[in-house]
Design a protein around this ligand. Structure first.
Ligand SMILES: Cc1ncc(COP(=O)(O)O)c(C=O)c1O
Length: 355
């Protein structure tokens, strides 16, 4: 879309709902901020880009996104910096991943301007909603779905793109207990596990429900072919420290290449810590644990940040990770120092919204 035609209409809400929110006791994903951005793709172009009061959608039941799964999303965060400004973390990386998802599902791509400028304006408008508490942030949810009113299998010609936000506490409050899943797989080779489509999440809900009843917080997935190699958690990428080397499964077609994953790899390397992006089997983890060489395990994600793993359960075996950690607190501290503007932004990860 040419820059000259880009404009966003803004309709402010009559009365903010912010006073209804208890920022001291935030619940993840429950309280939406005052406004949302909406744009429609029709006749081959993005149009009527608008910021409006957060409100329900009116949808025709035949919109194809509700039936055949042309539905994608992103999850990202804006932080309140030490100097009072608000910054969005790695906005362009999320925009690129959204379009990777869009291309794979034959959906219209979002122009950078709408994603970046639209999001900046939305977050600036609702900046009072960015929590002040350390560890909390404004969670940003961009999503897109097909809106053709047509019951038939074909790529939709029309789409709706929305961004809304919600103040969010850390996703996991402490170290997580995880169960390695052997009776189901999340993604298969040459499939779509690497994109952030709605359809990758619904099938994991049953397993999440089952393992929660057994006292676990999150599933740890194995590869579909051999059911031997670690893929990722349901909500995070997986990292294991064996001796002083950090190992994480390689980016592939079967895992989501997390933005936090990439940030953590960068920080580790810059600390002079050896990082191996390679297949790691559950047997290797059990072996390393037996020899006392498995020193830390953690998950990374926008919602979860860097979450330590306390226990890995695999086919009747329990692996308890050592309580003392070194790399996990270091990574959290370094990442938070950048996100909350306590240090300069050496990698250019922050986009200031109210400059
Ligand atoms: C399946 C899955 N893996 C990994 C991640 C972590 O990705 P990111 O660091 O980009 O949030 C997420 C969260 O978005 C996820 O849903």
């Amino acid at each position: 879309m040419p820059a000259t035609t880009f404009s966003i209409e803004i309709e402010r809400c009559k009365q903010s709902r912010i006073h209804e929110v208890d920022f001291e006791h935030l619940v993840f994903g429950k309280e939406m901020s005052d406004h949302m951005l909406v744009a429609d793709f029709k006749d081959g172009t993005w149009q009527s880009i608008r910021i409006v009061p957060y409100q329900p959608l009116v949808l025709n039941p035949a919109v194809s996104g509700l039936h055949y799964g042309q539905a994608i999303f992103e999850g990202m965060k804006a932080y309140r910096l030490q100097n009072g400004k608000i910054a969005i973390f790695r906005i362009k990386d999320h925009w690129e991943r959204m379009n990777l998802s869009a291309r794979r599902l034959c959906m219209a791509e979002i122009p950078e301007e709408i994603f970046v400028e639209g999001m900046k304006q939305l977050v600036a408008l609702d900046k009072a909603w960015v929590p002040k508490q350390e560890g909390s942030a404004l969670y940003i949810r961009p999503l897109m779905f097909a809106t053709d009113i047509y019951i038939g299998m074909k790529p939709s010609d029309s789409y709706r793109f929305i961004i809304f936000t919600c103040p969010a506490p850390p996703y996991y409050s402490g170290a997580v207990h995880t169960k390695v899943i052997t009776q189901y797989v999340r993604a298969c080779p040459l499939g779509v596990g690497y994109i952030k489509m709605a359809g990758n999440y619904a099938p994991t809900l049953l397993i999440a429900k089952q393992i929660r009843a057994e006292g676990f917080h999150v599933a740890l997935w194995l590869d579909a072919k051999e059911r031997k190699y670690i893929e990722e958690f349901s909500t995070m990428n997986a990292f294991f420290r064996i001796d002083d080397t950090v190992i994480t499964p390689p980016a592939s077609k079967t895992i989501l290449n997390g933005v936090t994953r990439r940030s953590v790899i960068q920080l580790l390397k810059d600390e002079g810590i050896k990082v191996e992006e390679r297949p790691i089997s559950i047997d290797e983890i059990i072996e390393a644990h037996k020899k006392g060489r498995l020193r830390e395990a953690f998950g990374t994600g926008t919602a979860a940040s860097v979450s330590p793993v306390a226990r890995i359960h695999y086919e009747g075996i329990d692996i308890y990770l050592p309580e003392e950690q070194e790399y996990i607190p270091m990574l959290r501290e370094k990442l938070d120092a950048i996100r909350y503007g306590k240090v300069s932004d050496p990698y250019g990860w922050l986009t200031i919204v109210d400059a």
